[in-house]
Ligand binder design. Structure first.
Ligand code: FSX
Ligand code: SF4
Length: 282
């Protein structure tokens, strides 16, 4: 007899976002988004996406009721994309009949676990850039402010790599929603465990003091603004767009998009990061 497949409901909410995180996940190549949504993510375990404003067919009152019904049932995996506008009681962003702040808080209260997808949901990101008039915050800060103890994983990146999301979901499902090993910023160590600079194919140029004077030139991109020495992710090994290339591979300096300092403290983007920020590099 075939063992029954266990279904994990997923509620996906969007705050202040460009929706790039959804676009990135929709571009997942292995597995494809169809595999992710229809097949078993890990043997015997299947995601059931109950609410996602961008890709669901329902709209208006029907969608709003579906969301309310899922929140009422609870026990789902909550994916939050985008920062949460929290100034003035949440007046700067609305979802259905309520503020994003109120809906995300209600949804987090009833969730089994939360994935903050993207740098905005993790740390505030671009919507929280100075002067941040809408008071945008990331999920960890929101949960702290409300005293909510729901398990949280941050999957930052602007946008995050689809593998980082899919791999995190697979790890959560394998462990029956137990959190995988995380760093002190709640990022899965499997994807954010080492500095870009440690694995960069241009590292020999850095060590030899051969620096590009313009983006696109050969050489280390440190003096044209590369934030690889202060940025944790596996981009140099994983590459993007199904293994085609990555920022530094095209001659563009890393912008530090997986870090809580993004974007204010890694700006100006095309200027050298201050040496004071450099961790000890062996
Ligand atoms: Fe932020 Fe994601 Fe950057 Fe955009 O939702 S991490 S601005 S890619 O879309 O939130
Ligand atoms: Fe690579 Fe940037 Fe480090 Fe240079 S500074 S070696 S381009 S990660």
């Amino acid at each position: 007899m075939v063992a029954p497949v266990k279904e994990y409901p997923v509620v996906w909410l969007q705050g202040s976002t460009c929706t790039g995180c959804s676009i990135s996940v929709l571009n997942s190549t292995s597995p494809t988004i169809k595999n992710l949504l229809v097949d078993e993510v890990v043997p015997g375990k299947h995601l059931s996406l109950r609410y996602h404003a961008t890709i669901m067919a329902g709209a208006g009152e029907v969608a709003w009721k579906a969301l309310q019904s899922e929140i009422g049932k609870g026990g789902y995996l909550l994916v939050v994309e985008g920062a949460i506008p929290a100034a003035a009681g949440g007046v700067y962003g609305h979802l259905g009949e309520k503020s994003i702040l109120a809906v995300v808080e209600e949804a987090a209260r009833a969730a089994a676990a939360v994935i903050a997808l993207g740098t905005c949901a993790s740390f505030g990101g671009i919507p929280a850039a100075a002067p941040n008039p809408s008071g945008c915050i990331g999920m960890e800060e929101l949960l702290d402010r409300q005293g909510l103890k729901v398990p949280l994983v941050n999957v930052p990146g602007c946008p995050p790599h689809p593998d980082w999301f899919v791999g995190t979901v697979a790890a959560l499902l394998l462990g029956d929603l137990q959190l995988p090993p995380l760093d002190d910023l709640k990022r899965p160590l499997a994807f954010y465990g080492s500095l870009i600079h440690e694995n960069c194919p241009r590292r020999a140029y850095f060590d030899e003091g051969k620096f590009a004077k313009q983006p696109g030139e050969p050489g280390c991109l440190y003096y044209v603004g590369c934030k690889g020495p202060v940025t944790y992710s596996d981009c140099p090994k994983r590459l993007w767009n199904g293994g085609t290339n990555w920022c530094i591979g095209t001659g563009a300096p890393c912008q530090g998009c997986t870090q809580p300092e993004f974007p204010d403290l890694v700006a100006p983007f095309y200027q050298k990061t201050t040496d004071a920020d450099l961790p000890a590099i062996a």
